[in-house]
Design a protein around this ligand. Structure first.
Ligand code: DAH
Length: 339
């Protein structure tokens, strides 16, 4: 009997199977009620009493060995099968690290979208500019401080080649080759010779808007500003204009919106005033129209310019300008899922 068991053990050790059917056939051959191992159990009755203990243990061990071997053959087949057996289709998918849109891109798109709804189209210009488009055509006086090396990055002097300090340069480029009606929005990067800190950077982003046509008035500007502020910061947003000065607009103004953090009650962000400045604007100076070849007796226009960083700070409360250009994933990840 023990010999028979040993024989079967050796036989089982060499078993192989190439498909599920073969494994099942082995299970039936050895482990079913009429199988070889079960047959041993039936013979167990005839084993002399003094051997029962030893033979019993051997049969049990053989049964376990046969079960384990056949199960292993089955698992091995599953692991190597081509279909999805063995893959857990209910498991949560591993997270896909998709990138995020940069907050400045998000806000730029939002600004463009608002102006697009008013019929403005995008215009772009070069970042490396000449004096004419950045300063002279825009009515800057010869001794204006922006023309100084301390404020502007010059690549070359006489003739001057420089990094544009504002997107107003796109105004003059478009007016030079387009007759009104002109309704453009110009997003882009600008450069100024500033020490980098939380509140200033040597490059940042602006959006310029220009509208030139017959009979464009300050009321049109006001209406556009009001619409923009409410679309961008919510319908309850109030605007106020303060007289200001820019060489290229007359009259000029700076626009404040009611602080969208405290709702105008006064908080540290608005320094207790309830208002925050967001952009510069005005009626295009006739000198600028003329310099660009547009008849200022027939046409008038308004222009406005804003910093995208500033709008982003207000919208997302980013209070250190440097975060925008450091590419710190911890910062960028905060905008996951923002559209
Ligand atoms: N160019 C100005 C700046 O960089 C912003 C600006 C102010 C643009 C008034 C305009 C405007 O078009 O009308 O500070």
């Amino acid at each position: 009997m023990l010999q028979k068991i040993a024989q079967l053990h050796a036989e089982i050790e060499t078993l192989t199977a190439t498909d599920a059917e073969a494994v099942e056939a082995l299970r039936i051959k050895y482990l079913s009620k009429k199988g070889l191992v079960s047959a041993l159990m039936n013979d167990f009755r005839n084993v002399p009493a003094e051997q029962k203990r030893e033979v019993g243990q051997a049969i049990n061990a053989l049964k376990t060995f046969a079960t384990d071997t056949i199960n292993a053959l089955r698992e091995n087949l599953n692991a190597h099968s081509d279909d999805n057996v063995g893959i857990d289709l209910t498991r949560t998918a591993a997270p896909l690290n998709v990138g995020t849109r940069h907050p400045l891109s998000l806000v730029r798109e939002e600004i463009i979208d608002i102006f697009r709804r008013l019929g403005f189209t995008i215009a772009e210009g070069p970042e490396i500019e000449d004096d004419w488009h950045v300063f002279s055509s825009l009515n800057f006086a010869a001794d204006h401080p922006a023309r100084d090396m301390q404020d502007t990055f010059f690549i070359q002097r006489s003739p001057d080649v420089l990094l544009r300090t504002h997107t107003s340069s796109v105004q003059s480029r478009v007016m030079e080759h387009t007759q009104p009606p002109i309704r453009i929005i110009c997003p882009g990067r600008v450069y100024r010779n500033e020490a980098i800190s939380a509140r200033a950077h040597c490059f940042f982003h602006q959006v310029e808007a220009l509208y030139v046509d017959r009979n464009v008035t300050f009321a049109d500007l006001l209406q556009t500003l009001d619409y923009f502020a409410r679309e961008m910061f919510g319908n309850d947003t109030k605007i106020r204009l303060r007289p200001s000065y820019f060489p290229f607009t007359e009259p000029s103004a700076e626009m404040d919106i009611s602080c969208n953090i405290c709702g105008g009650k006064g908080c540290p962000f608005c320094k207790g005033t309830g208002w925050v400045e967001i952009l510069g604007c005005g009626m295009v100076d006739p000198n600028v129209l003329e310099a660009c070849g547009i008849d200022s007796k027939v046409y008038s226009g308004f222009a406005l310019g804003m910093g995208i960083e500033r709008i982003t700070n207000l919208k997302y409360r980013v209070n250190d300008l440097r975060l925008f250009s450091e590419n710190d994933v911890r910062f960028l990840d905060e905008f996951v899922g923002t559209h």
